[in-house]
Design a protein around this ligand. Structure first.
Ligand SMILES: C[S@@+](CC[C@H](N)C(=O)[O-])C[C@H]1O[C@@H](n2cnc3c(N)ncnc32)[C@H](O)[C@@H]1O
Ligand code: SF4
Ligand code: SF4
Length: 588
């Protein structure tokens, strides 16, 4: 008897043979020519125009066998296997780190400008092919999106079509579905904003100012195509100019590849992002995720008085000689946990990666920290005590030439044992903010959302941290060091925020929010950050939607709203800037 696997394989071979022998329309019969004539002109490559010929050729080669299945008729658009193969094949283009749509100035880490542009043209051809079956472009795109399950490009195309046809509510629904796949996606956000524009209006930010791109450098990871393995891989070092990469997801440079700090801090992309702030178009800022935009608390340019920022505004400076005021590192994923909200399995850098990280530490990271008054945020990705690289940076800070460094630690806290404090005595002297991600108030929930963390260990460690905080250690550092120059009120929302507990609100834990406030009181934490659950793209949109209880579409959303209204959540310990992302607002 044949196994289901071999039956499926035979079906696939038969289908391919049938598809290849059937008569194909001209555009698919010579897809290489179609690509050269229709696709190439839509794209731009940082590797130069000539490279685009190779890209168009390769894409045609990859897509030819996939699109051959269109010979089976319009029903194939509803087939999950077809849609997923189509999606995976086009992903090859989306993950080419040098390629964008022709009119894009910068590339986002989750960029789909190029693949949306190509798919738009492909959808147009497919709709023509199936016009006799009564299908138009909107229907082709929406069928592909439904069949694939988690594919941003057809959702964006269907949303754009809906908008063009005056169906802004439908467009907003498509945009939200795309944002459930990757919350930071600028194309999906733009669609949502355009869809909401008529109904709710969008704030005009001209005349406003944000200091972040003039003060902050954040490093992280991107996904790119690996030609050798013919699959995707994580690339370390992509760097951004805002506290959270998701708020300005456009890449300013790469701290791991750079030869000097200037390659990143004053790159052309960095200058363009700063220009967008000075001109007031805020083109690279997320209007759905940035809490300062969402809460409408950006200062007016004319009200900025800090001398350095005043000079930058008046002289329209986009090249900055004096380096970032705050450096937030997240380019090494290494971590002792695999929280389901963040990743699918344990990640630890290997030897060759650690060697590259050592070079980056010497060439870029330590020079940005040496003999300067600067804040160092460790870490936005990975964990400062599980990563060999981050630990080596913390070790280097023992030396006198790093006296001006103030530490903002963000950690899962499991490595911050009593022994860790004893072996690195300089840490306690440098920390101005210690933020610990806990996400739970009970053992059962903690061990579910912070796997494979142990509740007993975090509770013990929180007690130790609480004692240090109670002794005033972190607060003393804040007022004795150079933190006055670090104007990041996202990390330091109030002058009291020294020991902070963080909680990513999701279905598994939202009922523990009141108990979490009590836990913070018990361990003497100054502040609690209830953070909205973002889609990092590692779990399908269905899984994400089932956890994102802050979404009005979630069945338990009203229960969350009731909890948010609880008196205990109005505690002064709870940071209200972030609460605004959870509380229902009419616009988003
Ligand atoms: C990626 S972690 C890196 C630092 C450290 N390992 C930690 O957990 O605090 C940075 C922050 O992202 C939060 N986080 C994890 N998954 C998230 C998600 N899906 N949405 C929003 N924040 C998330 C973590 O709880 C943590 O506060
Ligand atoms: S996203 Fe928000 S915080 Fe970041 S630069 Fe733009 S306005 Fe500033
Ligand atoms: S501890 Fe932090 S970096 Fe590690 S998996 Fe959890 S959220 Fe991600």
């Amino acid at each position: 008897m044949r196994s289901p696997f071999s039956r499926r394989a035979i079906r696939r071979v038969m289908r391919n043979v049938r598809a290849l022998t059937e008569r194909r329309p001209a555009w698919r019969a010579r897809l290489d020519q179609w690509m050269a004539a229709n696709a190439r002109e839509l794209l731009k490559s940082a590797r130069g125009e000539a490279h685009l010929d190779d890209v168009a050729r390769e894409l045609a080669q990859r897509l030819t066998p996939v699109l051959a299945r269109l010979c089976e008729g319009a029903a194939v658009l509803d087939d999950r296997e077809f849609a997923t193969e189509f999606q995976n094949t086009l992903s090859w283009l989306a993950y080419q780190g040098d390629i964008t749509r022709k009119d894009s100035k910068l590339r986002a880490y989750c960029d789909v400008t190029a693949s949306v542009a190509i798919l738009t043209r492909l959808v147009n051809e497919i709709a023509k092919e199936f016009s006799r079956a009564g299908l138009n472009e909107s229907e082709v795109a929406s069928k592909l999106a439904d069949a694939a399950g988690s594919w941003r490009e057809p959702l964006i195309i269907a949303g754009r079509r809906a908008l063009a046809e005056g169906r802004s509510d439908d467009a907003a629904k498509y945009a939200r579905r795309a944002l459930n796949i990757v919350s930071a996606c600028p194309e999906s956000q733009r669609l949502l904003i355009d869809a909401l524009r008529e109904r709710a209006g969008v704030p005009d930010l001209r005349g406003r100012f944000c200091p972040r791109p003039f003060e902050v450098l954040v490093s992280g990871q991107t996904t790119a195509w690996n030609d050798a393995t013919n699959t995707t891989e994580q690339v370390m070092g992509a760097s951004y100019l805002c506290d959270c990469a998701a708020w300005v997801p456009f890449i300013a440079g790469n701290v791991v590849e750079a030869v000097s700090p200037d390659d990143v801090w004053n790159s052309e992309a960095a200058q363009e992002i700063r220009r967008s702030i000075l001109d007031g178009d805020f083109s690279y800022c997320s209007r759905t995720l940035c809490p300062i935009i969402v809460n409408d608390t950006l200062p007016r340019s004319e009200d900025v008085t800090a001398p350095r920022l005043r000079r930058i505004i008046d002289r329209r400076e986009t090249i900055l000689d004096d380096g970032p005021r705050l450096i937030a590192l997240g380019h090494d994923s290494s971590c002792n946990l695999a929280c389901p909200s963040c990743r699918v399995g344990l990640v630890m850098a290997d030897k060759p990666q650690n060697e590259r990280l050592d070079r980056a530490r010497e060439r870029v990271i330590l020079p940005l920290l040496r003999n300067r008054q600067v804040g160092l945020h460790l870490t936005s990705w990975g964990d400062p005590f599980a990563s060999r690289h981050y630990r080596s940076i913390l070790e280097a800070l023992r030396h006198d030439d790093f006296d001006g460094v103030s530490l903002f630690l963000l950690t899962n806290g499991l490595g911050l044992t009593k022994n860790a404090w004893t072996s690195m005595p300089h840490l306690a002297e440098k920390i101005v903010e210690l933020r610990v991600s806990v996400d739970a108030a009970t053992k059962e929930t903690y061990e579910d959302v912070r796997r494979p963390g142990r509740w007993e260990i975090i509770r013990e460690n929180l007690n130790v941290m609480g004692e240090l905080s109670r002794a005033g250690t972190f607060r003393r550092n804040r007022f004795s060091g150079g933190t006055q120059s670090v104007t990041s009120d996202l990390f330091l929302d109030t002058e009291h925020a020294s020991f902070v507990l963080a909680f990513v609100v999701q279905r598994a834990n939202f009922r523990e929010m009141p108990a979490f406030v009590r836990l913070a009181e018990e361990v003497n934490a100054d502040t609690i950050v209830f953070q909205r659950y973002y889609s990092f793209g590692h779990e399908g949109s269905d899984v994400f939607s089932s956890k994102d209880v802050a979404s009005p579409a979630h069945p338990e959303h009203q229960e969350l709203q009731a909890i948010l209204a609880d008196q205990i959540l109005q505690s002064p310990r709870v940071l209200q800037t972030f609460m605004a992302q959870l509380i229902d607002r009419p616009a988003c």
